[in-house]
Design a protein around this ligand. Structure first.
Ligand code: GDP
Ligand code: K
Ligand code: MG
Length: 296
């Protein structure tokens, strides 16, 4: 491999909520760096996932979906994040679910810049009992739109991801790598720790509450191979605090244990995690809190 032929580029992953964008990112870089759940709007930040092989460096950018449900400052900040990431990327990966293309998908597609190559990724093909049904669906998409490539995959089961990577490689510009060969993300361990805990709340607490929750890391210290982490879960109202803590603290203990295990896997060392819950009414519209959470 001639160094002058090494390719590096930014690849943005977009699509409506729940099509599997964050799952795809995690499976492409083979580490859980972007949290996932069955709930829409799980992803709140732009996250880079980096994959480096002998010929190329792929810098994948996971994004929140476009937020239309509530017009809070948080949601508007998230929409700005999505728009900003689309300009300046080398390829856009537009993700949909196999056999489905609805108005929400179309609304995302309409917002994409027209001067970038857009690749269609048809995800969740593992859910299609009859794979032959994919062919007329792909034909319909090809007739209606002008994608540079169309690739069916299953992010969850790692099906056809190698084919996807090879297709993307063709669109990366010749450039030396921008990150170290071992880097998997641009995000700090502190950020990732907060996200892993927030994921448990999204997965285990019903209905609307996860949207009223944020996680702030108040202390993060490293002693050899041990990380001591103090996390604070911010909620909007006192009754939400009670639900998160659960009977005799059971729910919270369960979530903290799972988050700690994920952190230990990702960081490759022991984690001592302490968690508490604080009520802060109106945090999603509070500029100071949003700044603390990393929004400009
Ligand atoms: P995002 O909102 O687009 O980031 O979607 P997520 O990555 O959070 O995934 C939403 C849900 O779809 C989660 O429950 C995932 O486990 C599930 N999911 C993602 N990819 C696949 C897939 O290839 N097959 C199946 N069956 N489920 C998937
Ligand atoms: K989701
Ligand atoms: Mg996501």
């Amino acid at each position: 491999m001639n160094a002058a032929e090494f390719k590096t580029g930014y690849v943005s992953i977009v699509g409506r909520p729940n099509v599997g964008k964050s799952t795809l990112l995690n499976h492409l870089v083979k580490q859980k760096i972007s949290i996932t759940s069955r709930k829409p709007q799980t992803t709140r930040h732009r996250i880079h996932g980096i994959l480096t092989d002998t010929q190329s460096q792929f810098i994948f950018v996971d994004t929140p979906g476009f937020q239309t449900r509530y017009r809070s400052e948080l949601n508007q900040a998230m929409n700005r994040v999505v728009m900003q990431t689309l300009h300046g990327v080398d390829v856009i990966i537009f993700v949909i679910e196999a056999g489905k293309f609805d108005r929400q998908d179309e609304a995302v597609l309409e917002r994409l810049p027209t001067d970038r190559p857009v690749m269609l990724v048809i995800n969740k093909i593992d859910l299609q009992a009859d794979k032959l049904q994919l062919l007329p669906f792909m034909q319909e998409m090809a007739d209606r739109f002008n994608f540079v490539e169309m690739i069916p995959v299953s992010a969850l089961q790692n099906e056809l991801l190698i084919e996807l990577i090879e297709a993307i490689r063709n669109y990366l510009p010749v450039s030396p790598p921008l990150f170290g060969g071992d880097d998997i993300t641009d995000r700090s361990e502190r950020f990732l720790a907060a996200e892993l805990l927030r994921e448990k709340i999204f997965r285990q607490i019903g209905q609307e509450i996860p949207y009223s929750v944020s996680v702030i890391i108040e202390q993060f210290t490293v002693e050899g191979n041990l990380r001591r982490i103090h996390a604070c879960i911010l909620v909007d109202r006192p009754n939400q605090k009670a639900i998160i803590i659960g009977k005799q603290g059971k729910k919270m203990k369960e979530m903290a244990t799972q988050a700690r295990k994920d952190m230990e896997t990702l960081f490759g060392g022991k984690v001592y995690l302490e968690v508490w819950v604080k009520v802060k009414t109106g945090w999603a519209d509070d500029g100071n809190v949003l700044k603390n959470l990393g929004y400009e």
